[in-house]
Write a protein that binds this ligand. Sequence first.
Ligand code: FA5
Length: 358
Amino acid sequence: MALADFLANLEQLAEQAESAFSSAGSAEALEQARVEFLGAKAGQLRKVQQGLGQVDKADKPAAGKRFNEVKRLVEAAFAASQQRLAHSPVESQPALDVTVPGVPWRIGHLHPITQTIRRMQDIMGRLGFTAVEGPEIEDDWHNFEALNIPLEHPARDPLENFYLGVAGATSASPLLLRSQTSTVQIRVMEDCVASTAPGEDPPPVRVISLGRVYRPDTADATHYPMFHQIEGLLVDRGVTMAHLKSVLRLFCQSYFAATGEGQGEQVHVRFRPSFFPFTEPSVEVDMNWTNAAGQSSWMEMGGAGMVDPAVLRAVGYDPEQVTGFAFGLGVERICMRQHGITDIRALYQNDVRFLEQF
Ligand code: FA5
């Protein structure tokens, strides 16, 4: 083949390739053009290169040199088109059509238990109770000993608690996931006593604590191994059961009046005699209220009582000077009752179809 014919083919191909690259309007079209002209196996340039073998021997060096130059130019034209498309707004974004209906954002909201907790905190705050927190990993003193739960008490049984096999825990001084928020009572009173000047009386206490507690209970419709409690503690001179009952009744009435689910004034609170090592006397607290459908029944909410003098003494308060009441209520039970949820497990399955109803 004559050199002139070879070069004419080559130049024509280069022109076609450059025009195909520059007119490509999308990454897909550019890729198609690349395969067509620069494809390693069947591309047009490869075919021209194969024609080099037929060029007269004396012209081969000149033909090869020009082929390499043209190939570099075609590759550069391809790279330039790639750059052009990468920065082209048309390629990176679909055309804006302002008449297309928007995609609504899915608005999230608080979990029903969080909503319950916030409402409880708000109501108790208005009754003058400050919210405090305590650790979820507790020691023997705060979970048992200071709460008047002696060594041989069944509440310490490994089958009733999540003991932790972690550094720092020994059988004489175990660590566990707290089984009740009553631990926070001890921490708060200890802090008050620690911050009192010698010879002075520790200050009155009026706190609530809301948080997770853990028990190895088998999960069923009303039990879960992790659940929440609201703990209340009031210590002052002259505190009586009458104060406890009034605070709990006010709390329940306000809670259900605020939800709009029940009629606050129709909520009744009932005390049944019970036993807790850290209160004396102790009671179970039941609540009765009428829901929007007109149904009413008694529901056990938790335990309560007058702080046992032994507990006051253990943390440094003088039970001759002050008395106190305490209560611990199950948050899930109240949330379930409010919304008519019949299985506690539904609260923790994270099924959005369930959760978005609240
Ligand atoms: C207590 O935990 C005491 N600390 C309450 C207390 C505080 C008494 C202060 C006196 C003074 P009890 O074990 O009964 O008590 O639990 C209280 C409430 O927690 C129960 O009434 C129930 O509403 C809730 N509860 C208990 N176990 C579970 C569970 N496995 N799942 C969901 N809720 C539970």
